[in-house]
Structure formats: C-alpha cells, structure tokens
Design a protein around this ligand. Structure first.
Ligand code: NAD
Length: 245
C-alpha cells in the first residue's frame, strides 16, 4: 500500500511509533524514525535491520525549525521524496492542577503541540514543492473526553485536533492531506508496566474487552497514509475499542 513512498515518523523509536514504522516498511515504504537521542534511534534501527537500506534514523530537536528542516531535507535527499509525516512523539501527564509547575505544562505544549507545528511546516514546504503528501498526527481519546488529572495532556491533544482540522483545510489546495488517529489505552511501555489486575480492570471497562495493541493503532496509520484514503482529510479517527473514559 505504500510502495515508493517515504515516511518520517517522530517518536518512531518505540511504542506506537515503532509499530507504525514496521507496518510502513512491511507495506513497501522507506522510513526515517525520528527519536530524541541517537542511542534510542540506534536501538530502533537494530530492531528494523531486516529492512536494510529502506530505513534510517534522525534525531533533530523537534521544536527547532532549522534542525528539523535540515533533518527532513536529508531524508528527502537520501530516499528521493518525502510523502508522509507522522507527528507521533508525545509525553503524557497525570499531575493534579494544584501540583502543576509551569515547566511541566510548557514541556507538554512543546513536545505535543509546538513540535507538531514545526514538523508540519517543514514537511509541508517540501510536499508542496513536490506536488503533495500526507501528514498524520497521533491524538488521543482524551481529546474528546478530557481526563480527571494531568489537564495539560488533553489540552495538547485538543490542540492537535485543532491543527489537524485547520491545516487539512489550508493545505488541501497543495494536495496535502492531514488527519489524526485518536488511540484509546494502548499497550506500550506505560501500560505494560501496570499490574495485571489493573490492566484487567481497564480492559473490563472497554466495550471490546481489551486494551489496544500498538499494531491496532498502526493499521489506521497505514490506511490514512495510503491512496485508499485519498478523499479523507481533516478527520480524527478513533481507535479505542469504543472506550468512553
Ligand atoms: P512511548 O512513550 O512509548 O513513545 C513516545 C515516543 O515519543 C518515544 O519514541 C519518545 O522518544 C518520543 N518523544 C518523547 N519526547 C520527545 C521529545 N522531546 N523529542 C522527540 N521525541 C520525543 O509512548 P506511546 O504510547 O507509543 O505514545 C506515542 C503517541 O501516542 C503519543 O503522542 C501519545 O500521546 C499517544 N497516545 C498513546 C496512548 C497509549 O495508551 N499508549 C493513548 C493515546 C495516545
């Protein structure tokens, strides 16, 4: 589904991002995983070594426009195009309002919102010049419901939805589609660290009866990146087992 396409995936070194990288590679794409440190990028590349020359790694500061532009240009130079950007890097929070520091709130805004803006701008500049592309964002189920602590996290995911819907309208004329995927509770490192009975309790509250796997979420990213979604833009696709908390 993604043959001859090149994708950059931020936060592609583990969890949902690494699952997206694997699916994209299975579907024939060339992939650049973007991580925050060379060490984690190298570890991810080792786990993807069966894909040989079709995979590479970058680690720009996602909030630095010059670093991001240079890294994205290097990917285009290596693979010949930049067709798909997945803004997936993110951090969460469970801090209560009374305990929040401005530093923590600002860090959430930087990683979850400012980086999406900076990376989308850099990718769109390349995509407009080459005649089009696809930008996808990782939102969250909390972008619909909020959450009872860690208010900064849902605030950033509401903002991601806002960028998705606005830029889909702005960039359509440049043949650039923009969509988001809103996962529910997904079995990444964070969930794997929870006690089994806690995971069982969470699962019991989800109509489909289980937490999501990173691969469940990655499949939605394959569809939205592919030409099968050529008339889909500005949408936030829920992949959450119909969870409502
Ligand atoms: P994870 O912690 O396993 O992965 C997060 C990724 O983001 C890592 O690759 C990490 O290196 C990267 N990252 C974090 N801070 C960064 C920074 N400053 N610069 C560059 N990269 C940075 O978590 P995950 O569950 O795979 O999360 C991926 C995305 O999915 C996030 O946007 C998260 O908000 C979203 N999400 C996760 C769940 C869930 O239940 N796991 C649910 C809904 C949404």
């Amino acid at each position: 589904m993604l043959k001859n396409k090149t994708a950059i995936i931020t936060g592609g070194t583990r969890g949902i991002g690494l699952a997206i990288a694997k699916k994209y590679l299975e579907q024939g794409a060339c992939v650049a995983v973007a991580g925050s440190r060379q060490e984690t990028v190298d570890k991810a590349l080792l786990s993807l070594k069966e894909y040989g020359e079709r995979v590479t790694g970058i680690c720009p500061d996602l909030c630095n426009p010059e670093e991001v532009a240079a890294a994205f240009a290097s990917v285009k130079e290596k693979f010949g195009s930049l067709d798909i950007l997945v803004n997936n890097a993110g951090i969460s929070s469970a801090t209560k309002l009374y305990d929040y520091s401005l530093e923590e709130f600002t860090k959430l805004l930087d990683v979850n919102v400012k980086a999406v803006f900076v990376c989308s701008q850099a990718a769109a500049r390349i995509m407009r010049e080459q005649g089009g592309g696809v930008i996808l964002n990782t939102s969250s189920m909390v972008s619909e419901y909020g959450q009872p602590s860690g208010c900064g996290y849902p605030a950033t995911k509401f903002a991601v939805n806002g960028l998705t819907k606005s830029l889909a309208r702005e960039l359509a004329k440049d043949n650039i589609r923009m969509n988001a995927v809103a996962p529910g509770v997904t079995r990444t490192d964070m969930v794997a660290a929870l006690p089994a009975d806690t995971v069982a309790r969470i699962s019991a509250g989800i109509p489909l009866g289980r937490v999501g796997e990173p691969e469940d979420v990655a499949e939605a990213f394959v569809y939205l990146a592919s030409d099968k979604a050529s008339y889909v833009t500005g949408t936030v696709l829920k992949v959450d087992g119909a969870a409502m908390t």
